[in-house]
Design a protein around this ligand. Structure first.
Ligand code: DAH
Length: 344
């Protein structure tokens, strides 16, 4: 009998219940009329007289412990219930800290938005590219300095046939070539992406940066169309007072080619250190797609013409947010990144 009491005492001490039902089951098992403790009580009269005192004490102890234990467990559940009732479901939520968009993403999205409203859709291409799409199809002569080791990161170089070189793309113009290979006009795309150049890193140059390429090919596309689209873009991006100016330039894949300046956003065109006192800052390169490029990509240059442009996202972001050091875009300093709003 004593051994049985000890066994039950151990069980009672170790009791636990995950919910009210489990607790009720324990109560029934130990404390109900037909429970284990009552069964022992019923047996008590069979205990020899000389042991009655000790067994009686231990039995009472067992009963008390079981009652205490079950009361304590019950209290736990009751308190939990009270807590649930105490929850104020109308209280405003704790503020959730939102992350912020990277400034380059904010600007990229804004550029995509502006051109999207003018009917341009997005096209993408690989960052690890072949020479064929980065240079050859875009009319770069075999000895063009841009193919030089100094500018291009090589993944695999092929001495016999440079067009087979695998490189990190140096500009998003490669996506032009990919789109034209696959699609016949009308084509109206913008191609956002990361590009790589083997440059010494400083406040104004980095070994990777971001560009957005634009391409429009159809019948009768003229330089006037290009100019109007770029003016519209500049004024939506930098405000309706913004002026643009096109300067003749050279790119292998466009003829004629131009570079576009906008009136300096910082001094409003009066002249300041940012615009080197000229009142203008350069933001992109552009031109009419060279007929040789159209033909190399399988588009009949006698039927179609097109324009293209390429802009640097870092450049536009510098202007918009007055970030002077390019390196800040890739350092991931949260004090810098937190300054940009999370919307967008
Ligand atoms: N790919 C040129 C660069 O990286 C930018 C560019 C210039 C793109 C003129 C064009 C263009 O599409 O027409 O500097």
């Amino acid at each position: 009998m004593l051994a049985k009491i000890e066994e039950l005492l151990q069980e009672v001490e170790g009791m636990s219940a995950g919910n009210a039902e489990e607790l009720e089951a324990l109560r029934i098992k130990y404390l109900s009329k037909k429970g284990a403790i009552n069964a022992l009580m019923a047996d008590f009269r069979n205990v020899p007289a000389d042991q009655k005192k000790e067994v009686g004490m231990r039995l009472n102890e067992l009963k008390n412990r079981a009652q205490e234990k079950i009361a304590a467990l019950k209290e736990r559940f009751d308190n939990q219930d009270n807590n649930t009732e105490g929850i104020d479901l109308t209280r405003t939520a704790y503020p959730i800290e939102l992350g912020t968009r990277h400034p380059l993403s904010i600007v990229r999205n804004e550029i995509i938005d502006i051109f999207g409203r003018m009917g341009f859709t997005i096209a993408e291409g690989p960052e690890v590219e072949d020479d064929l799409h980065v240079f050859t199809k875009l009319n770069f002569a075999a000895d063009h300095p841009a193919r030089d080791m100094q500018d291009t990161f090589f993944v695999e170089s092929n001495a016999e046939d440079v067009t087979k070189n695998i490189i990190l793309r140096t500009h998003t113009s490669s996506v032009q070539a990919r789109v034209m290979e696959k699609t016949q006009p009308p084509i109206r795309v913008i191609c956002p992406g990361r590009v790589y150049r083997n440059e010494a890193i400083s406040y104004r140059a980095h070994c990777f940066f971001h560009q957005i390429e634009g391409l429009y090919v159809d019948k009768n596309v003229s330089f006037t169309d290009l100019k109007q689209v770029l003016l519209q873009f500049a004024q939506e991006m930098f405000g309706p007072e913004t002026k643009i100016r096109l300067r003749p330039s050279y790119f292998p894949f466009t003829e004629p080619s131009a570079e576009m300046d906008i009136s300096c956003d910082i001094c409003g065109g009066k002249g300041c250190p940012f615009c080197k006192y000229t009142g203008w800052v350069e933001i992109l390169g552009c031109g009419m797609v060279d007929p040789a490029v159209l033909d190399a990509c399988g588009i009949d240059s006698k039927v179609y013409s097109g324009y293209a442009f390429g802009l640097g996202v870092e450049r536009i972001t510098n202007l918009k947010y007055k970030v002077k050091d390019l390196r800040m875009f890739s350092e991931n300093d949260t004090r810098f990144l937190e300054e940009f709003e999370s919307a967008n």
